[in-house]
Design a binder for this molecule. Structure first.
Ligand code: BG6
Length: 661
């Protein structure tokens, strides 16, 4: 086996630009979805970038009765649909397509495997692939053992020199016992250095960049520990539902589908100790160590530190009505499978002891977005005593994994003017502006690295098992406790208890807004980019359930609320409903404009996702933008008959007060 180095490592033996090692790639399950959507487009991208060698061929195997010719036709059609490149390069595709072969067969059919052996031997001769064979299991894990056994019987291991490697797809088990059994079965046929377990998150540039960023920049590593980091958040939000995969998903749920694998892998990259090099085992050893340090929960800890959710009916961001999870095809109407989870973990090691790590992921949320937020501890704010600065916003380092790709640092800066006032601002690196690489499917780097014998980005037996050890107590506790599902509406921010989980600790999820979503709020229509940018950092998310009181009549208000989703009832002293406000609307402005107590109670009528704008941010926005003040005043006057003079004199008084404070 070549002692490899990944693209990530800058390459020791393989320059990132040199073609991978020769081989025949055998794809089991070649007529399935994975092959057409991801594998072939990834191979085509590698070919376009000159990263496949001339000594390369593909042998597809599946039960469907294709010939090589008809299979090539199908692939030629599919690749045009799933290619990620802007322009289709027919010449390169013809080069790759001419190397694709097909042989039909069942996975337990000895005769079919004998035919496959013949085909591979012939391709080895024809393409000079040095006896190297890469077996890609684009199949359910339940047949890994069967296929491995059939390959053994057909003499693949002994028939030629050259390396033999196997790529296996998730799920690597559905719990700890099944993962142990699956690993035992695979290890019966293959040695650890032949097994490449794919986690497609590790093929994402932005995930790989976590370690490049950490270890190539001296600036942050000294802060990367419990002395400076307050907490870390990992969020993977998906706007899609189960997309016709109800039968699979119902046996899985988000903990198995996203957290145990993709999210724990990201956690390991972000929190591991520096490896001594980027050699595969050096990196995997550190990942394994940090996962081993994650505190294993007992049933009480699961109850205290986790929240489950399942979506009910709702609507997508563009207003399309969508069914609840229990109404999805192939999902039982009483299913208790979680489509959302929020979890608080601790890593009990020298670096991270006591630093909470919050993870949350869900389907059918308000947007698609994967982000990691590293929140630093605040400095002492004593020096700001006697200034208008009421509190300090923490520094945040944000990794935007997808769909936005980049890194952002949020910090505070003085606002222009004679007084000492602060505003949150940011510095942001955007992949799309810094680099011009074509969009990839994420499998390119994984296939390329496997062909070069570089296992850095693949999961090892112990890593998989350790990740299941962390997840297992949650699976056990959840199985034994009934869930109150559905508990969030499709298209919302998720269940309220997920917000309470973090708010109990005096923290908040960082809900990452973008300009497009804010510009949809009527109040901000036509707002200048500077205002939008500052609102993006000032607005904080809160969630309410039907019947919850959001603001109470008679209280002095310190916040304005914007309704992102849902409806609220505005009620008077007798409880009579004065108005019902819906998406895009806002309330609470009156007690920010004047110092009068709130003159109405507002209750959530449905599940509500609200943005909060606090008084200090509000005052700043108003000071700098008189036209915004005018709009809000007009609305307030229309609603509550407040006179402009009253508002302006109150506002001036509040302003003067903050100056003299
Ligand atoms: C897969 C899960 O592993 O990852 C899917 O099975 C999920 O349910 C997908 O949608 C998410 O991947 P990505 O790359 O879109 O974030």
């Amino acid at each position: 086996m070549t002692q490899g180095s990944s693209v990530l490592s800058g390459g020791r033996m393989h320059s990132p630009q040199s073609p991978a090692e020769p081989c025949v790639m055998v794809i089991f399950g070649a007529s399935g979805d994975l092959t057409k959507r991801l594998l072939v487009p990834a191979l085509y991208n590698l070919a376009c970038d000159g990263l496949l060698p001339d000594q390369f061929a593909i042998a597809g195997v599946a039960m469907d009765e294709f010939t090589t010719e008809s299979f090539r036709e199908k692939m030629s059609h599919d690749v045009r649909q799933f290619s990620t490149r802007k322009e289709f390069d027919a010449e390169t595709w013809d080069w790759l397509c001419s190397r694709i072969y097909y042989t039909p067969g069942k996975f337990d059919d000895d005769a079919a495997f004998a035919r496959l052996a013949e085909l591979v031997a012939q391709l080895d001769q024809q393409y000079q692939t040095s006896g190297n064979v890469l077996f890609y299991m684009a199949t359910p894990p339940s047949v890994f053992g069967l296929i491995s056994d059939s390959l053994d019987k057909a003499g693949f291991k002994t028939s030629s020199d050259g390396w033999k490697r196997i790529i296996v797809e998730k799920p690597f088990g559905t719990d700890l016992p099944s993962a142990l059994a699956l690993n035992r079965e695979i290890l019966k046929y293959w040695t650890e250095d032949q097994i490449y377990r794919i986690d497609h998150y590790l093929g994402k540039e932005t995930v790989q960049n976590i370690i490049a960023f950490r270890f190539s920049n001296g600036m942050f590593e000294p802060l990367w520990n419990r002395n400076f980091v307050d907490h870390i958040q990992f969020s993977v939000a998906e706007a899609v539902g189960v997309e016709g995969r109800g039968a699979y998903y119902d046996k899985s749920g988000v903990l198995r589908d996203m957290m145990q694998n993709h999210m724990f892998q990201m956690l390991a990259y972000l929190c591991m100790e520096p490896p001594i090099s980027f050699a595969p085992e050096a990196v995997r050893n550190e990942k394994s160590k940090v996962l081993e340090a994650v505190r294993i929960m007992d049933a009480d800890a699961v109850r205290a530190n986790t929240v489950r959710g399942q979506y009910g009916p709702g609507s997508t961001a563009d207003g399309k009505a969508v069914p609840g999870y229990r109404e999805e095809p192939s999902v039982p109407p009483n299913s208790n499978t979680e489509t959302f989870a929020a979890v608080k973990l601790f890593i009990d090691n020298w670096r991270w002891l006591g630093v909470p790590i919050y993870l949350r992921s869900g389907k059918r949320l308000w947007k698609r977005g994967t982000e990691i937020v590293v929140q630093l501890k605040n400095p002492p704010d004593v020096v700001f005593r006697g200034t208008p600065v009421e509190s300090l916003e923490p520094n945040r380092l944000i990794f935007h994994i997808q769909p936005d790709q980049g890194i952002e640092l949020r910090f505070q800066a003085k606002t222009p003017g004679p007084e000492m006032a602060l505003q949150s601002v940011n510095m942001r690196f955007d992949y799309s502006q810094a680099f011009t690489a074509s969009r990839a499917v994420g499998y390119e780097v994984l296939i390329y690295n496997c062909m070069n014998g570089d296992a850095t980005l693949f999961s090892r037996t112990d890593l998989v098992e350790t990740a299941w050890r962390i997840a297992q107590p949650m699976l056990d506790a959840w199985k034994n406790e009934p869930a109150d599902f559905p508990n969030y509406a499709a298209g919302s921010w998720g269940p309220k208890p997920a917000f309470e989980l973090i708010e109990r600790d005096g923290r908040k999820w960082v809900e990452l807004l973008n300009r497009e979503s804010l510009a949809r709020v009527p109040l901000f229509e036509g707002a200048d980019p500077v205002l939008l940018a500052s609102l993006i950092m000032a607005l904080k998310p809160v969630v309410f359930q039907p019947g919850d009181e959001v603001v109470r009549r008679g209280e002095i208000g310190r916040e304005l609320y914007l309704i992102s989703r849902g409806e609220v009832d505005v009620t008077d002293a007798t409880g009579a409903v004065l108005a019902t406000l819906g998406e895009g609307n806002f309330f609470g402005e009156i007690s920010l404009l004047t110092s009068a107590p709130r003159n109405a109670t507002v209750r959530a009528k449905s599940h509500c996702d609200l943005f909060v704008l606090e008084k200090s941010d509000f005052a700043r926005v108003l000071r700098d933008r008189p036209h915004f003040l005018k709009t809000i005043m007009e609305i307030a006057q229309g609603r509550y008959n407040v006179s402009a003079d009253e508002v302006l004199s109150d506002h001036a008084a509040a302003h003067a007060e903050s100056h003299s404070a």
